[in-house]
Design a protein around this ligand. Structure first.
Ligand code: NAP
Length: 260
């Protein structure tokens, strides 16, 4: 039976690349994001190159019921999800009190709640069938607190801890869960976060979304627990674990603060 990959945030950046990689590997796709026209364009581009079935689902993951409704649509289409790619996410580049409360709550809903709900809903049948792969998209932000992006960094801390815990719970089940931790990557992320002029996006040349997604895909297939993209990000993750927090927060603040 043909395998299916469900990818959230497939309308741009890493999610779009995950869609191409899965199609290249012969997997049928369920593409989820809000911008339906981008998903439809992607689906028709992929179909010109690969013979795969694609279901496009336009959903706003900041709506608490979206994951359940996605699950119902997928189940009623007779689709069994073998690969769950929890990729959708966004950040806000601003000091906490100057950032909109509703946007912060929506971020928690998209970056954390939707990821928990989709993993719970689709994880059940994976465990029952004793096969499946889950990929969570964390960040180097998963390893540290992030002044001026406080909710975002905290949400990615959650993602990593959640993934590492489930990998232990699911040992010997045939199902694995991998957390991909990219550093700054060439996508629409910084634009969407209102950080196009920040130091983060200018520190060094950014890797392409294709390279990072490919790295994450391979790590997921191998069933790795954590996959930090790139040596510089691996060093950053290592030093963030041994650096006293009062120094770490100052270093991160220097990077996340908007350049004037
Ligand atoms: N780029 C980086 O530097 C970087 C570094 C580390 C981690 N990450 C993580 O990588 C993941 C992918 O981001 P990206 O870099 O590829 O950025 P991106 O190009 O801005 O893509 C974000 C994706 O998330 C979707 N999304 C955002 N809000 C949504 C909502 N309410 N409902 C449904 N989908 C929503 C967007 O689709 P719609 O707008 O169409 O809904 C889009 O497809 C995120 O989890 C991000 O935190 C990125």
């Amino acid at each position: 039976m043909a395998e299916y990959a469900l990818i959230t945030g497939a309308s741009s950046g890493l999610g779009k690349e995950f869609a191409w990689i899965h199609a290249q590997n012969g997997h049928n796709l369920v593409l989820v994001a809000r911008r339906e026209s981008l998903l439809n364009d992607l689906a028709s581009d992929i179909k010109t190159k690969y013979k795969v079935d694609i279901l496009v689902l336009s959903f706003d993951l900041s709506r608490p019921n979206s994951p359940q409704e996605i699950f119902e649509k997928v189940t009623s289409a007779g689709i069994n999800v073998n690969y769950l790619i929890n990729n959708a996410g966004f950040g806000i580049g601003n000091s906490f009190l100057n950032s909109d409360l509703e946007s912060n709550s929506n971020m928690v809903e998209v970056n954390i709640q939707a990821l928990i709900k989709l993993t719970h809903l689709f994880g059940q049948s994976m465990i029952k069938n004793r096969t499946g792969r889950v990929l969570l998209v964390g960040s180097v932000a998963s390893f540290m607190p992030g002044p001026y992006m406080a909710t975002y960094f905290a949400s990615k801390n959650f993602v990593l801890a959640f993934g590492q815990a489930l990998q232990e719970e699911w040992k010997n089940t045939g199902v694995t869960i991998t957390t991909l931790c990219p550093g700054p990557t060439e996508t629409d992320f910084f634009e969407a976060a209102g950080m196009a002029s920040s130091k983060i996006s200018k520190l060094m040349p950014l890797p392409s979304a294709q390279k990072v997604a490919n790295y994450g895909y391979k790590a997921m297939i191998k069933g790795k627990t954590t996959a930090i993209y790139g040596f510089a990000n691996q060093l950053q993750a290592f030093f963030s674990r041994i650096t006293p927090t009062f120094i770490l927060v100052k270093a991160v603040a220097w990077i996340t603060q908007k350049s004037s």
